[in-house]
Design a protein around this ligand. Structure first.
Ligand code: PLP
Length: 405
């Protein structure tokens, strides 16, 4: 029986929910996830990086030390310690804050969703780097806002082009953004990092045009070379930056833990709107893990392993790719963005690549509207370096076959 969309529960869904249902049927998703191929598609940490034994130890310690308290609403001291630990690390990055300015969430995506609840009304404009992380595009779309893409280059968001656009919008009486979402370090999907001059200019524009900057620093800890840039949140003098972080890439995606850093009263508003609060038990376990020094202990090995994978993918691209291909060279994070000739359609190429033995995500998935048809994202985080070389060789063969058609 096909569901009645004119009356009954489906007709009661909001327009945003109906449109989310329409979008959720991305056909290739399952094919990518189940393909018998080298996986360069998802930003998954490589399996051995996941700290099973250490988390087991921390889980035991939390239950031994706190018992029922750790399982009760609110949790115990270990849950609180994580907030202090995150606040200390954020302070070390030059951000001026107290423990209270940190709000723990069930992952960065939950954090972004809660920030959107605090700031967005249907019809508002949200500006994003184009391309950007598709998970965040989906969250913004759920709020019924107009998501617009901003131009990027090999140093991230093109802030001057954005300034021109804002000026034109103001002159024409068009709406300017309520919120600008940026991934300033090792951006997903391009791997680029925004230099300090652009960060400062973006904050000037935020003051001039009165928007909030949502800084998503999911990959900031994973730098393999060069010096860290100062966070937008540390450069902000007007309290306009809301910063989001995650343990997904540095401990494990499954712990579903992230955080928001925002000045009062924004932090309190986001907290009030983050329905259901945070998983206090995983918070306690990760609180113990971080307090015991396991986070810091794991970082050198993680950085080395990811740097090896990054080097492997860059070497393989140089060996196998056709002359007209260009790609980014990230200093950190998980991703390389590959642009091919205009004659390549990466949505169609994906099927041929899976047959050849490799997966990737087509560029169009990372744009709020059109774009990226001849580009694709490669993730070097999951496969082993020698598998990466095999995968890029397979991709080159698929591109060749696709062209010959
Ligand atoms: C830029 C960015 N933000 C957020 C996330 C998701 O973080 P979480 O798993 O903590 O929700 C990802 C994951 O791929 C990401 O790339």
């Amino acid at each position: 029986m096909s569901p009645d969309t004119e009356r009954g529960p489906i007709s009661l869904l909001t327009p945003e929910a109906r449109s989310a249902l329409d979008r959720s049927g991305y056909g290739s998703w399952r094919a990518i996830a189940t393909a018998d191929a080298v996986s360069l598609a998802f930003g998954f940490p490589y399996p051995e990086s996941l700290p099973t034994a250490r988390l087991q130890e921390s889980t035991g310690a939390v239950l031994d030390d706190e018992g029922e308290r750790a399982l009760q609403y609110g949790g115990g001291a270990y849950a609180d310690r994580l907030q202090t630990w995150v606040a200390k690390r954020e302070t070390d990055r030059g951000i001026d804050l107290t423990d209270r300015d940190v709000l723990l969430t069930n992952g960065a995506t939950h954090a972004i969703d809660s920030v959107c609840r605090a700031f967005l009304d249907p019809g508002d404009v949200v500006a994003v780097e184009a391309p950007t992380f598709m998970g965040s595009i989906r969250v913004f779309e759920n709020f019924g806002v107009d998501v617009v893409g901003l131009p990027v280059d090999d140093r991230g968001l093109d802030v001057d082009a954005f300034a021109d656009r804002l000026e034109r919008a103001r002159a024409a009486g068009d709406p300017t953004p309520t919120l600008v979402y940026t991934i300033p370090n090792f951006q997903n999907p391009t791997g680029t990092t925004l230099p300090e001059g652009r960060r400062v200019r973006l904050l000037e524009l935020a003051d001039e045009y009165d928007f909030v900057v949502l800084e998503d620093d999911a990959y900031g800890d994973l730098r393999y070379e060069g010096e860290p840039e100062r966070p937008l949140c540390a450069l902000d003098e007007s309290g306009r930056v809301v910063r989001v972080g995650s343990f997904a890439k540095t401990i494990a995606p499954g712990v579903r833990l992230g955080w928001v850093v925002a000045p009062d009263p924004i932090r309190d508003a986001v907290d009030a709107l983050a329905a259901g609060g945070t998983n206090t038990f995983t918070r306690s376990v990760v609180g113990h893990y971080c307090d015991a020094g396991h986070f810091e202990d794991a970082m050198p090995e993680l950085r080395t392993a990811y740097a090896d994978r990054r080097d492997a993918i860059l070497a393989a691209l140089a060996t196998h790719m056709p002359d007209e291909a260009t790609w980014t060279e990230p200093d950190g994070g998980f991703f390389v963005w590959l642009e091919l000739g205009d004659d390549v359609d990466t949505d169609a190429l994906l099927e041929e690549a899976i047959d050849a033995g490799v997966t990737f995500l087509p560029g169009s998935m990372f744009y709020p509207n059109d774009g990226g048809e001849n580009a694709l994202r490669l993730s070097f985080s999951y496969a082993e370096p020698d598998e990466i070389d095999v995968g890029i060789g397979a991709l080159a063969a698929a591109i060749d076959a696709h062209r010959r058609g």
